[in-house]
Design a protein around this ligand. Structure first.
Ligand code: C2E
Ligand code: CA
Ligand code: CA
Ligand code: CA
Length: 279
């Protein structure tokens, strides 16, 4: 697998990016960091509003550079996407997630479902399902332990191709969430026939939910329509009690955000699991 991805990388020349020196440097640093394992995962819990219990966790990648310190994924993920490194990075995250789930299973800690962000580039690769099954097979972790988060932007590609790929992925037991919903070009009518389980309403609609009448109406409409299509709704970026109360009242299914919990390293996250925390 690693060989294959290495081969793919040879097709990418960072100079062809026509980027600033800074980007090229960051690109080289990213490759080194992958080899040196300078990346790690944090886990942000999601809570089910029916029973108020922790039901899943989103994994987010973190990069601690030995000299530059913490580098935000908002900075290096787009660069990885432009330079072709993203498939290697996505595979690294999937493997780290599989390894962690295996560790929890071995220690009799029941892991919740783990949601992994996947770039559109990795998702559309013809060998993606093989990569996915190989990685999880290696740790003997069944694929129904995970969810994949795809941004809405992925859906603007050829709909037949996307639909086929979603069906194949769903057949492995993985569930699918559409991330950052409401920010892109897709609409619920466009996704109505796709094999999708959840939509995640983008944080930008949640931010002013308590003060902005328009956002309130938009979120209400998204929840109603999504439920009409049998999709479950997740609200991300919940930062206040007020936002949480509104979402609860509107019938939102699942919430995530700093008000509930920040993303946590594996150890504090395990402590939450052991506490049977409810919100
Ligand atoms: P995203 O998928 O929308 O991830 C949610 C982001 O919102 C995370 O930022 C998370 O820390 C932040 N967040 C969560 N709750 C709150 C809140 O209540 N308020 C605010 N202000 N922010 C909140 P992060 O970790 O910096 O990630 C940024 C983006 O980078 C992600 O957006 C995702 O698109 C990408 N990313 C992160 N990890 C991965 C990864 O492992 N693989 C891929 N392909 N992309 C990733
Ligand atoms: Ca996400
Ligand atoms: Ca998001
Ligand atoms: Ca976002």
């Amino acid at each position: 697998l690693a060989k294959k991805q290495e081969r793919d990388l040879m097709f990418y020349d960072p100079r062809a990016l026509n980027e600033t020196d800074h980007s090229i440097e960051l690109w080289q640093e990213m490759q080194k960091a992958l080899d040196a394992d300078h990346f790690y995962l944090v886990f942000q819990p999601l809570f089910d509003l029916k029973d108020n219990a922790l039901i899943s966790a989103e994994v987010l990648i973190r990069w601690e550079h030995p000299e530059k310190g913490f580098i935000s994924p908002a900075q290096f993920i787009p660069l990885a996407e432009q330079s072709g490194l993203i498939s290697r990075l996505d595979a690294w995250v999937l493997e780290a997630a599989a390894k962690q789930i295996r560790n929890w299973l071995d220690r009799q800690l029941t892991p919740p479902r783990i949601a992994v962000n996947l770039s559109g580039i990795s998702f559309l690769r013809p060998d993606f399902i093989e990569t996915l099954t190989t990685i999880f097979g290696k740790y003997d972790v069944s694929l129904d332990h995970i969810e994949l988060e795809l941004t809405e932007g992925v859906l603007i590609d050829d709909l037949d191709r996307i639909s086929n790929q979603l069906n194949s992925i769903r057949a492995t037991g993985v569930s699918i969430s559409i991330d950052d919903f409401g920010t892109g070009y897709s609409s619920l009518s466009r996704i109505k026939n796709l094999a999708i389980d959840n939509i995640k309403i983008d944080r930008s609609f949640i931010d002013d939910l308590d003060t902005c009448q328009q956002d309130l109406k938009i979120v209400e409409a998204i929840i109603l329509m999504a439920h009409g299509l049998n999709l479950s709704v997740i609200a991300e970026g919940v930062e206040t009690q007020e936002q949480l109360s509104i979402l609860r009242q509107q019938g939102c299914d699942t919430v995530q955000g700093f008000f509930l919990s920040r993303p946590l390293k594996a150890e504090p996250f395990e402590e939450l699991l052991e506490q049977d925390l409810v919100i």
